[in-house]
Design a protein around this ligand. Structure first.
Ligand code: FAD
Ligand code: NAI
Length: 503
């Protein structure tokens, strides 16, 4: 009995200490203290964007050395890897976003966060023009500010290849509102199919979901849609669930070209079991209101009815990026994106603009992994640049003294030492990308992973990989708050299933 009593007390003490610690930690986080004001003697870094690249930079940047201004049309960071889970209601939209101010308010020096869309960068005048593109506009909705350094991290937009009807009739899977729109549209199709008197042909059309693009976005979304169908629609719409069809259309001979052959085969066989039809070597030629025009491998053109069509066919540069490239006629000629040097400085910008993430064309894939490593690298580099500038100023002052006063050998020795220190400080290591592997969810609690561990490659797929996928993403989420929100959503879905109401 005394052993049980002791065990009970220890357990209670552990629970209370953990709860107390968590409470203290969260409350401390909720009420950030005062910050240093802007300092006119410091250089100004303007950051465009609040996505993977920009947020990773902001997390690590030492703001004591700079005045920092962030401009983005969204005042939050979106954790894109879990976006397909929002589209089927596994996760609450708010669980995977983090307000940018939750990061910047914890910095030593204040950071100005502006909700605005950059419309023009002038590399000669070193200015950025931006507008308020939100619904509510004040008396001023457009302004221009100067920068010493610009971090250009505006990402990319959906590539449609100019295919007619994609923008009018398709859904996308890039922004938070895309996931919400898809969820609403899919549930609308299900309810419309349940409307009395609907013909069989119309029901089949409404319940046909076509995902275009067999890259990781299209594959993960197909897997999530399958889970929604199996776990929830079958229970609440038993008369319709058997009629839902999922089709994945891919122009190339295979899906997921970035994964190893073994994992591609595993994905395709899992999709076969999940009754997701995979049409490879099939190209979308046009999207109409209720049908999609496909070119099949034998070049035959067919028109297939659909209820919801999701377009996940890759990225293309934004208009502002194309405009910026046009300002560097000689240095920026790569149509795939901005080119940078090995310190991520935009070619042609003399080190005043740095570009990271999906807006660039580099040897690396357009992934969150790359963008976040680039952002963290820039934060380290800005720190080293501040140190270098401080030493350079010391050298300059001493040089002036030596020249003016013709000082003797003693000062010259000091100067030589400082000049050596400056040479060392100016030698900043180039960016090096360290690939941690690729992960993707494929439905039915299965994931695939191509991992690099101790320079060895491992390809694995299945339920254990799914648990690894979940733990990897939950630990990658930028805050404890988001980790708790996502974990709670997963638990809620396990206990009560997904919500099928349509808002
Ligand atoms: P983004 O994260 O897209 O950020 C761009 C930012 O710029 C945004 O805040 C945007 O609002 C802002 N912006 C846009 N226009 C302007 C403007 N004119 N002025 C100022 N700001 C502007 N990668 C992985 O490594 N692993 C994954 O599992 C993974 N899953 C994904 C799932 C989905 C559904 C998607 C769509 C992508 C996924 N990716 C994944 C890819 C990853 O999200 C991108 O590579 C990453 O977001 C690129 O980061 P970025 O900072 O360049 O751009
Ligand atoms: P993607 O570019 O990787 O794939 C798009 C696919 O659409 C291509 O395979 C292309 O052949 C196909 N396509 C293009 N036009 C078509 C047409 N008309 N008809 C049929 N098919 C067509 O794009 P995705 O999946 O959006 O990924 C974008 C970036 O984000 C990639 O770099 C990817 O690696 C990354 N990402 C990574 C994830 C992960 O690691 N789990 C998840 C999601 C995205």
């Amino acid at each position: 009995r005394s052993f049980l009593q002791t065990l009970g007390r220890v357990t209670l003490a552990t629970i209370l200490t953990t709860a107390g610690g968590l409470y203290y930690y969260t409350q401390k986080d909720r009420h950030p203290g005062n910050q240093l004001p802007f300092d006119s003697t410091k250089k100004t870094i303007v950051v465009l964007g609040s996505g993977w690249g920009a947020t990773s930079l902001l997390k690590s940047l030492d703001t004591e050395d700079y005045n920092v201004i962030v401009i983005s049309p969204k005042n939050y960071f979106l954790f894109t890897p879990l976006l397909p889970s929002v589209a089927v209601g596994t996760l609450n939209p708010r669980s995977i976003i983090q307000p940018t101010r939750y990061i910047t308010r914890h910095k030593k020096r204040m950071v100005s966060v502006i909700e605005g869309t950059a419309t023009e960068v002038d590399p000669t005048a070193k200015t950025v023009t931006f507008t308020d593109s939100s619904e509510i506009q004040g008396a001023i909705s457009k302004t221009t500010i100067p920068y010493d350094y610009l971090v250009y991290a505006v990402g990319a937009e959906n590539q449609t290849f100019g295919i007619p009807g994609v923008r009018e009739y398709g859904c996308f899977m890039k922004e938070l509102h895309d996931a919400e729109t898809l969820q609403r549209r899919f549930m609308d199709c299900v309810e419309t199919a349940a409307f009395p008197g609907q013909s069989e042909e119309e029901i089949d059309r409404l319940l046909h979901v076509i995902v275009v693009g067999g890259g990781p976005t299209g594959v993960e979304l197909s897997g999530e849609l399958h889970d929604f169908l199996e776990d929830d629609l079958k229970s609440w719409y038993p008369e319709l669930a058997g009629k839902v069809r999922l089709t994945l259309v891919e122009a190339m001979p295979s899906v997921l070209p970035m994964f190893s052959k073994k994992l591609i085969d595993y994905t395709v066989s899992t999709f076969n079991e999940e009754k997701i039809e995979v049409l490879t070597k099939t190209m979308v030629k046009e999207v109409k209101e209720k049908t999609v025009v496909l070119q099949r491998p034998d070049k035959e053109i067919v028109e297939v009815p659909y209820g919801v069509l999701v377009w996940a066919a890759g990225n293309v540069g934004r208009q502002i990026t194309r405009d910026l490239m046009a300002k560097f006629t000689e240095a920026q000629t790569n149509k795939r994106g901005l080119t940078v040097d090995d310190h991520l400085a935009l070619n042609g910008s003399n080190g005043s603009i740095y570009a990271i993430g999906d807006c660039t064309s580099t040897p690396y894939a357009a992934t969150a992994q790359v963008a976040s490593q680039e952002g963290a690298y820039l934060a380290r580099m800005f720190k080293l640049m501040a140190k270098r500038d401080a030493v350079a100023e010391q050298v300059y002052k001493l040089q002036q003294e030596v020249t003016l006063r013709g000082d003797g050998e003693g000062r010259k020795g000091e100067l030589e030492k400082l000049e050596k220190a400056l040479e060392k400080a100016a030698n900043i290591r180039p960016f090096h990308y360290s690939h941690q592997g690729s992960l993707a969810y494929i439905g039915s609690d299965k994931a695939i992973a191509d991992l690099t561990i101790f320079k060895e490659n491992f390809a694995t797929g299945g339920v254990a990989t799914f648990l690894f996928w979940r733990s990897a993403y939950i630990s990658t989420l930028f805050s404890l708050r988001n980790r708790i929100l996502v974990a709670t959503d997963w638990l809620k879905v396990k206990l009560f299933g997904r919500d099928v109401s349509r808002d």
